[in-house]
Design a protein around this ligand. Structure first.
Ligand code: PLP
Length: 364
């Protein structure tokens, strides 16, 4: 029989990240570090001990206990997901009803609008200021005026790498009559988590992931932290075996090596700081070409005068970054990768500066 896709899904296409062939990949905000040898040994032992014929623990209790201890929250406030991405998807599909309004911001993580669309909710997109910060009072007024059921944003923001203070986040959480989802995927690199205040708010959900700072992007492990009642609802809405047994064991093994996590975070932060300093140097040398925005996460976001050309020049040098309109997002990499990236940006700027066809516009 012929089959017709419904209008909602007809024009979607599968998620396809950039060309995986690039020699140097600074496009996906993953950790550039591989896991330490002792963690790898623990993971091998987990594989040997695993009963592959049995379903995993649906509550991922060991993993959630380890996460609760690491993040300093009670264990009945933790839900594990197949990446935090899955938890975002469940928050949209289960906590919203058709037509409910969601306040998101522009620019921010594009998946929010995508899941909002699938959930048949209405995304209200509030524009950020020219410096990419959120106007907190305006956001609160919009959430109230639009009767938003959910407010969602990333902190620090992907793609802008701009972080918000605890006070700004708290102001939103305590002022709106909505579920506030704070996606802290990059908080390990910024250190202003709202998690210590979790117990005070019934309407707060905080998302974290092991994909960025902890070097486990391949294992797909994320967490939602919320009040016990919201946590219970989230666990009731998820699919039963959403985190596979191998990932549960791997995540728990990584949490058993806290010094290794801290060490990785420090290495990534110093790579990020190096990249930020070098972008600053280039921006001073070529002010008509680059205007770096922020580096509160493990990546630098920069406005550029000739984004498409610069992106192409980098790709021609074997370096893949992410492009967002006139801006580039560059993930902190290994030292030699950063050095090559900076050299390629510099060679582009020195050959284009002055003769550049577009002068850098003032931020919109
Ligand atoms: C990378 C990223 C995530 C995804 O994390 P997973 O746990 O790998 O699904 C979530 N939110 C933002 C803003 C991200 O950049």
């Amino acid at each position: 029989m012929p089959f017709e896709l419904n209008a909602k899904i007809r024009n979607l296409s599968p998620y396809e990240p950039g060309q995986a062939k690039a020699r140097i990949r600074l496009d996906a905000n993953e950790s550039f570090l591989s896991l330490p040898d002792d963690v790898m040994a623990d993971i091998r032992a987990c594989v040997d001990a695993l009963h592959f014929n049995r379903y995993p623990d649906p509550s991922a209790a060991d993993l959630c206990r380890a996460a609760a201890a690491w993040y300093g929250v009670p264990a009945d406030c933790v839900t594990a997901g197949n990446g935090s991405d899955e938890l975002t998807s469940i928050l949209f599909s289960a906590f919203l009803q058709k037509g409910d309004r969601v306040l998101c911001f522009e620019p921010d993580f594009s998946m929010y609008a995508f899941y909002g669309y699938l959930a048949e909710s209405v995304c209200i997109r509030a524009k950020k200021r020219p410096d990419y910060t959120i106007d907190i009072q305006a956001a609160i007024e919009t959430a109230r005026a639009e009767k938003a059921s959910m407010v969602i944003f990333s902190n620090p923001c992907n793609p802008t790498s701009v972080g918000m203070s605890e006070q700004e986040v708290l102001e939103i959480v305590r002022s709106v009559d909505a579920l506030v989802v704070v996606d802290e995927a990059y908080m390990d690199f910024y250190g202003r988590s709202i998690l210590p205040r979790l117990a005070e708010f019934e309407n707060l959900v905080v998302l974290r992931t092991m994909s960025k700072a902890m070097g486990l992007a391949a294992a797909r492990i994320g967490f939602a932290f919320a009040s016990p009642s919201v946590t219970r609802a989230l666990k009731s809405a998820k699919s039963p075996y959403n985190v596979n047994a191998l990932s549960q064991a791997i995540g728990a093994a990584v949490f058993r090596k806290p010094e290794a996590i801290t060490h990785s975070v420090n290495l990534i932060k110093s790579s990020r700081d190096m990249l930020w300093q070098e972008f600053g140097r280039l921006a001073r040398a070529f002010p008509d070409q680059l205007r770096p925005v922020a580096a509160d996460a493990n990546f630098v976001y920069t406005e550029t005068a000739q984004c498409e050309k610069l992106f192409g020049h980098l790709l021609g040098s074997g370096i893949l970054v992410r492009r967002f309109g006139d801006c580039l997002r560059v993930t902190a990499g290994r030292n030699l990768e950063n050095v090559e990236l900076i050299a390629a940006v510099e060679s582009f700027c020195s050959s284009s500066s002055g003769g550049g066809d577009i002068l850098c516009e003032a931020p919109k």
